[in-house]
Design a protein around this ligand. Structure first.
Ligand SMILES: [Zn+2]
Length: 154
């Protein structure tokens, strides 16, 4: 499991209070990158409260309280979630989005997929997300979100 105490030691200003952490340690690097990006964006720690780091529907989900206008910060966590579809949750190596025969989604490298007790089949990763300011697509080559459309109305 990814250890909250380690994150606290690494990011004492940004990881405070009660944070729920429920994912495997393979995604540690993605969580660290996201926190590094929050710091690089110049957000003061007082305006940031990390709430939750977890696996949900096979993706990394990071929830935090951030200032309402900071869409750049919201995008950092969206990006982390999209990146997690290509990193094994167990070891962090290159992985694939998979679905188990009983309906669970997960991301695993070949080795860890082979160790899984239930049969897995590949699923298409989600690459595009709609946010209030537009439709963003994960460009894997550039490893960033690029805007590809306007938000749909109503
Ligand atoms: Zn693995």
């Amino acid at each position: 499991m990814l250890e909250l105490d380690e994150l606290r030691r690494q990011y004492p200003d940004f990881v405070r209070g009660k944070v729920s952490v429920r994912c495997l340690s393979g995604w540690r690097e993605l969580v660290e990158r996201a926190l590094d990006e929050v710091i690089a964006a110049g957000l003061p720690p007082a305006e940031f409260e990390l709430l939750e780091v977890r696996e949900k529907f096979g993706r990394l989900r990071i929830s935090a309280l951030t200032p309402a206008g900071r869409r750049d910060i919201a995008r950092i966590f969206i990006l982390a979630g999209l990146r997690s579809q290509f990193a094994c949750e167990q070891c962090g190596e290159t992985g694939k989005s998979l679905q188990s025969s009983d309906g669970w989604r997960l991301c695993r490298c070949e080795r860890h997929a082979a160790e899984c007790p239930v049969p897995l089949s590949p699923v298409r990763p989600i690459l595009q997300v709609e946010m209030p300011d537009g439709v963003w697509r994960f460009d894997r080559t550039r490893d960033q979100l690029v805007i590809v459309g306007s938000p749909t109305d109503g």
